[in-house]
Write a protein that binds this ligand. Sequence first.
Ligand SMILES: Cc1cc2nc3c(=O)[nH]c(=O)nc-3n(C[C@H](O)[C@H](O)[C@H](O)COP(=O)(O)OP(=O)(O)OC[C@H]3O[C@@H](n4cnc5c(N)ncnc54)[C@H](O)[C@@H]3O)c2cc1C
Length: 260
Amino acid sequence: MIPKLSNGLPVNPKLFDRVIDGIVQPSEPDTGVSKIPVLDRGWVELLDIMPHPMTGISPETAIVNAARVSFLGESKGAEKDAKLLRYLLDNRHTSPFEHVQFQFRIYAPVVTFWHWVRHRTWSFNFSSGRYVEFDESDFYVPDVWRKQSSSNKQASDGEVGPGVNEILTRELIAHYAKCYELYEDALTVGVAREQARLFLPAWASYYTCVASVDAHNLMHFMNLRRASEAQYEIRVYAEAIYEHFFKPFMPTTAEWMESK
Ligand SMILES: Cc1cc2nc3c(=O)[nH]c(=O)nc-3n(C[C@H](O)[C@H](O)[C@H](O)COP(=O)(O)OP(=O)(O)OC[C@H]3O[C@@H](n4cnc5c(N)ncnc54)[C@H](O)[C@@H]3O)c2cc1C
């Protein structure tokens, strides 16, 4: 039987599967089941969360428990807990939210990570092109080509249109193929992986990353990166995290965020 959290939500089965006899097991071999697809071949998955579902304490209960330590109290039931949570949010009493931690594994192109790593409150570890050879499919191909915005110097607005779209995509794929061929040629003549990768289209290269953050800073990230001003290639990741991992685990907080 899948246990329920203190706020009545069922435990994410993926996390539950990884606990055997009360002990958290290392990550399962990659089955693809828990991965939320993003962009053409990217994904994001939740590796872990603190408090872990096996404790039976929901993240939001952990937050109110942390806040109530001020007067050495704990949870007072769902209704009073939700009221306190909204009070904390309304009054920017943010530190209790730092006791909840999320850990993700992310597969995204450099154009996405370039924005993501600016968020200094996250901890990151990346796959390394010095250790691992790139695969010829490790490059991002957008669905559509967006037009430069006329009102915002850093943004896009609308699409270039179907005819041009197809030509550009064909050219991009041919360009990637040529880059990959040069990369392989360099490896074949003995060039080190760390240098051969200079032939690859860097902005488009997909990397895998493990990233951890607390709930307070995740909310800050989502506020900035789900906004329409954020580049599409990071917005879709922020949206996936919000919908599939944040909202189910922190429903009252998500409702509060949506009311703002
Ligand atoms: C739409 C958009 C456009 C952007 N354009 C550009 C751009 O053109 N060029 C560019 O360089 N960046 C750009 N950025 C990145 C932006 O400047 C921030 O670096 C990024 O959004 C991370 O935000 P943050 O610093 O608040 O988050 P985090 O680094 O996660 O920090 C969270 C909070 O912690 C505090 N904090 C963290 N580190 C420090 C510190 N060293 N000193 C003081 N307080 C700290 C701050 O209160 C900060 O808000 C853009 C961001 C967005 C959303």
